[in-house]
Design a binder for this molecule. Structure first.
Ligand code: FUB
Length: 376
């Protein structure tokens, strides 16, 4: 990227481009040489936060004023791409930290390896983390020895790990993409679930059906499969209740339908609170949008409001939203470095609200924002 291009970019983007050039080496975990990208770096709204390893599904948190990002660690495995995501063969986690957005990013050592999780076999997918009473909790999905996704929990005194896993997955957990939200009263809730390869459709009554559908319920005119939510116990290690369905409604109060692929839930739950309202956000999967819905309770129901982000490069889209330094930030991922869906890189850009609380839709490409950045 030339200096001329850099100076023409919005400030945050230029800072991120600089930060991306300052990453520490990860000698034993280097990313593969990047393939020729289909677009020039200047065409992307923001630049990869790290280039030494591939990362995706970033769950960001601010602890003690510092930003921590809990991503998946993508690796280049042998399995061919399919609709179940079998090509996402991740085996461990490395976490990221930074003192400020736009500053240098530290890539931590291995924080948890699948070989150290007694119940897990493979596919360490999108994680999240929480903090309570001096302990950091890492929540992660993985397939068990029967091939069913479960959600595990691991603990550490250090936000970057290493984390020690509990011997069993969380009782009553299933499917993927845990996101843990702590409300102002201190109560924490886990949102989770994902259809197709995420197996939500194989757990409709909470029991795994290995012969269930590979995609969804196959009922386009019925309510879509809902993400799940469960309140966490005080020690953050279990659910207090059987997970409940999270209702996502249209503006007439009717549940979004299974055939409404532009709006229905697919995976990548996230919850944040803004001006007293609960914002449940998610990926629409095969239509590649990040969407959001607003409600008055952490349990919902939530009314669909629109898109947070248009499709990124790559099949998956998965995000988190966090407030830092008086602004709101969207962490997301695309495939800028590799051009391959299985090898993604995390990014960050500013997220803005309108005065009515709606979110301004972000386009991940500069030109499609009319030559400027919608997020700056
Ligand atoms: O990274 C593996 C899976 O792909 C995640 O769990 C999904 O959210 C999607 O990003």
């Amino acid at each position: 990227m030339s200096l001329r291009t850099l100076t023409a970019l919005p400030l945050t983007m230029a800072l991120l481009a600089t930060a991306a050039c300052q990453q520490p080496e990860q000698p034993d975990n280097k990313a593969q040489p990047a393939k020729e990208s289909r677009r020039d770096a200047s065409e992307y709204l923001s630049q990869p936060l790290v280039k030494d390893i591939y990362t995706a599904d970033p769950s960001a948190h601010v602890w003690n004023g510092k930003i921590y990002v809990y991503p998946s660690h993508d690796i280049d495995g042998p399995t061919a791409e399919d609709d179940l995501g079998s090509h996402f063969e991740m085996r461990d986690y490395h976490f990221l930290s930074m003192d400020k957005i736009g500053g240098p990013v530290t890539v931590g050592p291995v924080a948890l390896d699948v070989k150290d999780v007694p119940w897990a076999d493979k596919q360490m997918w999108a994680p999240d983390a929480a903090y309570k009473n001096g302990t950091y909790f890492l929540y992660f999905p993985a397939k068990d020895k029967e091939g069913a996704f479960r959600i595990g929990v691991a603990t550490s005194k250090d936000p970057m790990g290493p984390f020690k896993a509990q011997p069993q997955p969380i009782k009553g957990s299933y499917s993927i993409d845990p996101a843990v939200f702590t409300d102002d009263d201190g109560a924490s809730y886990m949102y989770f679930g994902g259809i197709w390869g995420g197996q939500l459709q194989r757990n409709v009554d909470g029991k795994y059906d290995a012969n269930g559908s590979k995609t969804d319920l196959g009922q386009d005119d019925k309510p879509a499969l809902a993400p799940r939510v469960a309140k966490m116990t005080g020690d953050m290690l279990e659910f207090t209740e059987t997970p409940r369905a999270v209702q996502i409604l249209d503006d007439k109060g009717k549940p979004l339908l299974g055939g409404d692929h532009d709006r229905r839930f697919f995976e990548a739950s996230w919850m944040h609170k803004y001006k007293g309202k609960y914002y449940f956000s998610y990926s629409t999967g095969d239509t590649h949008y990040l969407a959001y819905a607003i409600g008055d309770s952490p349990y919902g129901p939530f009314t669909y409001k629109g898109r947070i982000m248009e499709p990124v490069e790559g099949w998956t889209t998965h995000h988190s939203i966090v407030e830092w330094n008086g602004k709101w930030w969207l962490f997301y991922a695309d495939t800028q470095l590799s051009g391959q869906t299985r090898l993604r890189n995390v990014k960050v850009t500013e997220l803005r609200y309108n005065s009515d609380g709606s979110i301004q839709t972000i386009n991940p490409f500069v030109a499609e924002n009319g030559g400027g950045s919608a997020a700056q």
